[in-house]
Design a protein around this ligand. Structure first.
Ligand code: ATR
Length: 293
């Protein structure tokens, strides 16, 4: 019988294009160390037209799963035979587990929303239940978090997007889930979001294109939480805006670490402690000069 300590490490990777800047390998190495798990987590650069082929070869080579990042989260969802409810709602997956069944009998999950909710409620200590939430954007980033946000039972979630039809589609897909959880869910243009929100979550790519925060005027209550899903220098203009609004600004670093912990738990059956990992990443990211990542 093989002693488990002598067995080859379980292999995982982050699959995307690009992947060279991903912090996932460092995060998972720290999780593995902290939990005593034998894990080898690398990077898998997939050609834009070769995601499925690359992933199938990785699985056939004995790997046990992967995280999936831009631009393959939708394709990853399509590839899997089984999907969690939260992946179904997102129509996108950031985590695949290569269960040892027939080829392609994989499980697709999306841990982004659970990561976001945990960062807000546990790390930031902010209650979502009963609150008014404004979610900016209706692309993949927002789609990945809306289901778990609804599960945290805020009183209301408004999804506002530059292209309002995309917000309407996202809302329509989540309407039954919102009704089930007693959440008032609606779509809005960016111009008509109204005011008095307790929590704002920025899932747009506006800061990447130099557009800044895509809402005008005072939309937040004093002391509200304003969270950008980006982190590092890309999130700094948003954080300055939040401060000017009298809000508590927060970037997406905690969400990054928490979604990773959720993936690790799905694969390994043990949820790593995130506080020390977040603290060391925080020091690293805060030291980055503007214009880098
Ligand atoms: P991701 O997967 O990162 O969410 P995406 O699907 O391209 O990427 O979505 C980007 C989001 O940022 C969209 O909601 C987009 O709005 P549109 O649907 O109208 O394109 C939003 N976005 C990008 N640049 C923006 C800007 N300058 N102002 C406002 N919203 C912007």
């Amino acid at each position: 019988m093989t002693h488990p300590d002598l067995a080859a490490p379980a292999r995982y990777a982050v699959a995307g294009n690009p992947v060279e800047h991903s912090r996932s390998p460092a995060i998972h190495a720290l999780f593995a160390q902290a939990t005593g798990q034998s894990v080898d987590y690398g990077r898998l650069l997939c050609p834009l037209d070769g995601f499925a082929t690359t992933i199938r070869a990785f699985a056939a080579d004995g790997a046990q799963g992967c995280n999936v990042t831009v631009p393959f989260k939708f394709e990853a969802f399509e590839l899997a035979a089984r999907r969690t409810r939260r992946a179904e709602l997102a129509q996108a997956a950031n985590t695949l587990r290569f269960d040892p069944t027939a080829q392609g009998g994989w499980l697709a999950d999306n841990t982004d929303g659970a990561g976001l909710v945990r960062d807000i409620t546990v790390n930031a200590g902010v209650t979502l239940t009963g609150q008014r939430v404004l979610l900016l954007g209706a692309g993949g980033a927002s789609a990945g978090v809306l289901g778990p946000l609804i599960e945290s039972r805020p009183a209301e979630i408004v999804v506002a997007n530059r292209t309002v039809d995309k917000a309407k589609d996202l809302v329509a897909r989540h309407q039954a889930w919102a009704d089930e959880h007693g959440v008032a869910l609606r779509a809005s243009t960016l111009a008509d979001v109204g005011t008095g929100y307790d929590v704002l979550i920025n899932g747009t790519a506006a800061s990447l294109s130099g557009g800044g925060v895509p809402v005008q005027g005072p939309v937040l209550k004093a002391g509200a939480l304003a969270l950008d899903m980006m982190y590092g220098p890309a999130a700094r203009p948003f954080l300055r805006w939040a401060q000017a609004q009298g809000a508590n600004g927060r970037d997406g670093l905690g969400m990054l670490v928490e979604q990773a912990a959720e993936s690790f738990a799905l694969w390994r059956g043990v949820r790593p402690d995130t506080a020390s990992v977040l603290a060391s990443l925080r020091a690293e990211v805060d030291a980055l000069p503007d214009g880098t990542h």
